[in-house]
Design a protein around this ligand. Structure first.
Ligand code: ATP
Ligand code: MG
Length: 257
């Protein structure tokens, strides 16, 4: 089982879109995938076709110790992957856990019970470097960082890299950066091309070869509760996430070898 935290404290960079579409794409290649929504906005939940309004059990109940992981797993029927949903009550976990022993390792421990059931676990992080994100970084084998190639993108990256270093020192010595993913990429935009080139200069082969283009189908699919792969398989967006899944499967093989 390989656990990937999809994280960037910057909002709206494509974390959730990446989680849902990568989950569906990995599943297409035969991987057993669990997607965990760690954002009170619950966008990964909705985007996977689960109605977040009527949820009785969510990741919140796992983090505060009221439910086991197995009790909260649901099937995203159309995407053929499993999902642990989230909704607004997750925002309360932060405060409730603050004085608890082992508050940073709740997710990691909960995941040990499903270790044999999945090949990939994808953690959809909120746009914040908060306790829930620290739980994700503590549980993860590696971090995937989606980013838009904009002027300020690199600046935000250094805060994230510092947090990753701290988590490595105190909580999870094995945490790696698996890769940086260029999202919502517009080839005609000169600045995007420059920032993209800078990223490759700084981070080398940590930057995925696959680039996710700006594609309207990726933005439309969540309103139907579907991954783009099901909504419009031929779209450039769906095809890019299939490419990314292949690249990630290749990387996992190298890690295992
Ligand atoms: P948050 O920080 O709020 O959790 P996020 O990082 O999870 O945001 P998304 O929700 O995935 O980002 O994407 C932000 C918005 O951009 C959404 O409306 C989404 O549909 C849209 N979007 C994401 N990726 C693409 C893309 N490649 N092409 C077009 N639209 C996209
Ligand atoms: Mg999101």
């Amino acid at each position: 089982m390989r656990i990937l935290a999809i994280t960037n404290q910057k909002g709206g960079v494509g974390k959730t879109t990446t989680c849902v579409n990568l989950a569906a794409s990995l599943a297409t290649f035969g991987s057993r995938v669990l997607l965990i929504d760690l954002d009170p906005q619950g966008n990964a939940t909705t985007g996977s076709g689960v109605d977040k309004a009527f949820l009785k059990q969510t990741i919140y109940h796992v983090l505060i110790g009221e439910k086991t992981m197995k009790e909260v797993i649901q099937t995203a029927e159309k995407g053929r992957f499993d999902i642990v949903p989230a909704n607004r009550n997750l925002a309360g976990a932060e405060v409730e856990l603050v004085n608890e022993i082992g508050r940073e390792t709740r997710l990691k421990l909960a995941l040990t019970s499903v270790q044999d059931q999945y090949d990939y676990v994808l953690l959809d992080c909120p746009p914040a470097l908060n306790l829930v994100t620290v739980n994700a970084l503590t549980a993860a084998d590696a971090v995937m960082i989606p980013m838009q190639c904009e002027y300020y993108a690199l600046e935000g990256l250094s805060d994230l890299v510092n947090t990753i270093k701290k988590v490595r020192t105190h909580l999870n010595g094995a945490l790696e950066i698996e890769g940086l993913l260029r999202t919502m990429f517009d080839n005609r935009n000169m600045l995007a091309q420059q920032v993209s080139a800078q990223l490759v200069t700084h981070f080398g082969d940590k930057v995925y070869n696959t680039v996710i283009p700006r594609n309207i189908r990726l933005a439309e699919a969540p309103s139907h509760g579907l991954p783009a792969l099901i909504y419009d398989k031929a779209s450039k967006g769906a095809q890019a996430y299939l490419e990314l899944a292949k690249e990630i499967i290749e990387r996992s093989k190298k890690v295992a070898a």
